[in-house]
Write a protein that binds this ligand. Sequence first.
Ligand SMILES: O=C(O)CCC(=O)C(=O)O
Length: 276
Amino acid sequence: MHTERQLEQGQVLDQEQVDSFWEHGYLRIPDVFCDEQLSAMCSEMDWLTQVWASDTDAWTGPWRQVYMDQETERKSKLVAMHDLHYYSAIWMRAVTHPKLVAAMSDLLGPTVELHHSTMHVKPPSNGHPFPMHQDNPFYAHVDNRYVDVLVHLDDTCHENGEIRFVDGSHKSGALPHVLANPDGTECSPHLPTDQYKLEDTVPVPAKRGDVVCFNLFTIHGSYINTTDEPRRLVRIGYRHPENLQTGGQSVNRPCFMVHGQRERKPGDVMFDTQVG
Ligand SMILES: O=C(O)CCC(=O)C(=O)O
């Protein structure tokens, strides 16, 4: 159990965990959320899934034919939505959870901004795999001070498609991704399937309540869910407030401070209160 003061100062991770994150590009942090919180987050997730989420936003691109046979590809689905904390107070509490944001400040420094949250539910038996990719093409930033966190609402394993990483791959920085189908239409960013393979990755299975963190530049992917149960994850993005976003998801949207204070530099003005 951490004291309030420790959480304020960001002392959840030990030096070995921090070093391991920056060496390998990923880190599993066990038992971040307790059972009571998880039950509330799961019920709310069911509500979000029924009322707001989409099951027609599966990732697109030529990778699908490489990862799945024709029949599987036709059936495969992803249930997704962005920014759960805009719709649910329970998820607002989850993305600002004191232990989680203290761990982020151990990795990013004393000031941490929340950037987004995104639901990824792989439905039973056909929940789609994720091709190898970095998250940078989805929300490009100028440097590596950005941590994605996968909040696990279910135990994960090979059968339901646990997250998998290329060890140390964040050190290469931003890589060019495939951005178009053969006919020139836009597709979900992914790395060339002949050069980057799921077989070459490290699996990081986790328990319900754990989080798995990774760097914006860490290459990752996951296999299809073949089990009879959904595999429910929520990704939360945290960054150093001075790491500027140059494009993609939620670019130009003011973000919330979840740890520390926003420094004021010469010329900085307050956020515009007019939307649009
Ligand atoms: O949900 C997964 O298995 C993969 C998630 C992922 O690739 C991502 O959040 O960028």
